[in-house]
Design a binder for this molecule. Structure first.
Ligand SMILES: CC(C)(COP(=O)(O)OP(=O)(O)OC[C@H]1O[C@@H](n2cnc3c(N)ncnc32)[C@H](O)[C@@H]1OP(=O)(O)O)[C@@H](O)C(=O)NCCC(=O)NCCS
Length: 150
């Protein structure tokens, strides 16, 4: 279950997984654009199956975690934690000092997960996600990266 750098060939599978688990899922075209733009990504496969992925905008001292998803059958097995540690490791190697992300305020599982792996809320964008009947805040979270981390 070691994360591997994403490849162009992963994009269709990531898009299919996204469509099943994410609100506002990225399409294969959006993912291909992110890949072509040089965003970093990692996948975890269980056998042949794509089980989890992370996509990151590496941007100097602040890296942004753009996408993180785990197939339902493979949750609570530490895959997302492993991917976040890989992102932190790679960011540290490149001189990154923090990882930022944005998550929907109603996404309690993701909020619980991010808190568990060291993220803290630093800001809220009120009613960022406008929907027909209601709106939803975006929670901005940050994890500091320390050079002493292994
Ligand atoms: C959020 C998500 C990425 C977590 O992936 P995961 O591989 O299951 O997470 P891990 O197994 O590494 O979980 C580590 C810890 O995070 C917390 N956690 C994870 N999922 C949780 C949940 N559904 N409810 C509460 N806490 C949770 C727990 O403390 C867990 O440790 P434990 O299993 O020993 O209790 C996954 O549920 C997912 O893909 N959700 C849909 C997509 C999504 O919302 N992505 C984030 C959008 S910004």
């Amino acid at each position: 279950m070691r994360p591997a750098p994403w490849r162009n060939e992963d994009i269709a599978e990531i898009a299919a997984l996204e469509a099943g688990i994410m609100q506002g899922a990225w399409t294969a075209t959006q993912l291909a654009g992110a890949y072509a733009a040089g965003n970093r990504g990692w996948t975890v496969r269980i056998g042949e199956e794509l089980a989890a992925y992370a996509i990151v905008l590496p941007c100097g001292e602040a890296w942004e975690l753009l996408r993180l998803g785990v197939a339902p059958a493979h949750r609570r097995q530490g895959l997302a934690s492993r991917l976040v540690e890989e992102v932190a490791k790679q960011a540290r190697v490149c001189g990154g000092q923090r990882i930022l992300l944005e998550v929907r305020a109603h996404n309690e599982p993701a909020l619980a997960f991010y808190r568990r792996v060291g993220f803290q809320e630093i800001a809220r964008r009120r009613a960022y996600y406008a929907r027909a009947a209601e709106s939803e805040d975006a929670v901005i979270m940050e994890r500091r990266i320390f050079m002493s981390e292994s």
